[in-house]
Design a protein around this ligand. Structure first.
Ligand code: NAD
Length: 255
């Protein structure tokens, strides 16, 4: 019997085998969870489908979080095939590359809107769509980064989006606690992924994190996967509204 045996849930945000969502999926499956996946578009479907099938997933659906109809369709399909679900993983973020290159004051209105819409509002709309199918005791986890609370060089509009995301976690957790639904975030240290490649001087972030983090190493997709597994499991039944750092201790280390 695994920690997640008998539990079913959906993972948004696998793009390839370097995705943090993929690290989470592997941990959840190993713990016995039954998984459904979404992919952003046809180009990514080619990568996501074989990965999802390798973890015995039967439900693999398209979902651009900017498209409310697609999101509604995902959860009604889950209800049709599974009835109720136990968890949702939101591992999605996007900002225009030029908005991450320019000084922060040059962020365009449209670039600001897109970053906040895809990276923060999507947690709110996803939770709304998930509510009718989430069991009491259900759990939602999203992914965030230290740039929400510190002005991390070049993280710019993404930091503002993560601040909105973390605040949304607290408001959702406050609202849904009564229904027995928990909402938390994992704040991961820097990891080389497709999304991270859009951030200027990302290599420097990796170097500094490795040097300054008390654990003296970078965190991995597996590290984040294990912490997410904990938050989604019944080990964390008393935990909600929390920003859980998985960054080797970098966030509190001096210097
Ligand atoms: P990734 O590129 O593998 O994942 C990002 C995902 O977002 C992709 O699957 C992409 O398809 C999806 N996405 C983008 N726009 C979308 C849209 N409109 N609709 C649906 N999906 C969309 O990169 P990742 O680093 O694994 O990112 C996952 C999460 O982890 C993000 O929230 C990211 O900010 C967060 N995070 C990453 C790091 C890091 O250093 N890599 C650190 C902390 C937090």
């Amino acid at each position: 019997m695994g920690l997640m045996t008998g539990k079913k849930g959906i993972i948004f945000g696998v793009a390839n085998d370097k995705s943090i969502a993929w690290g989470i999926a592997q941990q959840l499956r190993e713990a016995g969870a039954e998984l459904a996946f979404t992919y952003l578009n046809e180009a990514l479907e080619k990568r996501v489908r074989p990965l999802a099938e390798s973890l015995d997933a039967k439900i693999i659906l398209p979902c651009d979080v900017q498209n409310e109809e697609e999101m509604v369709a995902v959860f009604s399909e889950l209800e049709k095939q599974w009835g109720k679900i136990d968890f949702v993983v939101h591992a999605i973020a996007f900002a225009n590359r030029e908005d991450l290159k320019h000084p922060f004051s040059q962020t365009s209105r449209e670039g600001f809107r897109i970053a906040l819409d895809i990276s923060a509002y999507s947690l709110v709309s996803m939770t709304r769509c998930a509510l009718p199918v989430l069991k009491p005791g259900g759990s939602i986890v999203t992914l965030t980064y230290l740039g929400s609370v510190r002005a991390v060089p070049q993280y710019n509009v993404m930091g503002v989006a993560k601040a909105a995301l973390e605040s949304s976690v607290r408001y959702l957790a406050a609202e849904l606690g009564e229904s027995g639904i928990r909402v938390n975030a994992v704040s991961a240290g820097p990891i080389k992924t497709l999304a991270a490649s859009g951030i200027a001087s990302f290599k420097e972030k990796l170097r500094v994190a490795e040097e300054r983090a008390p654990l003296k190493r970078l965190v991995t997709q597996d590290d984040v996967g294990k912490a997410t597994l904990y938050l989604l499991s019944d080990l964390a039944t008393g935990v909600t509204g929390e920003i859980h750092y998985v960054d080797g201790g970098f966030n509190f280390a001096a210097g």
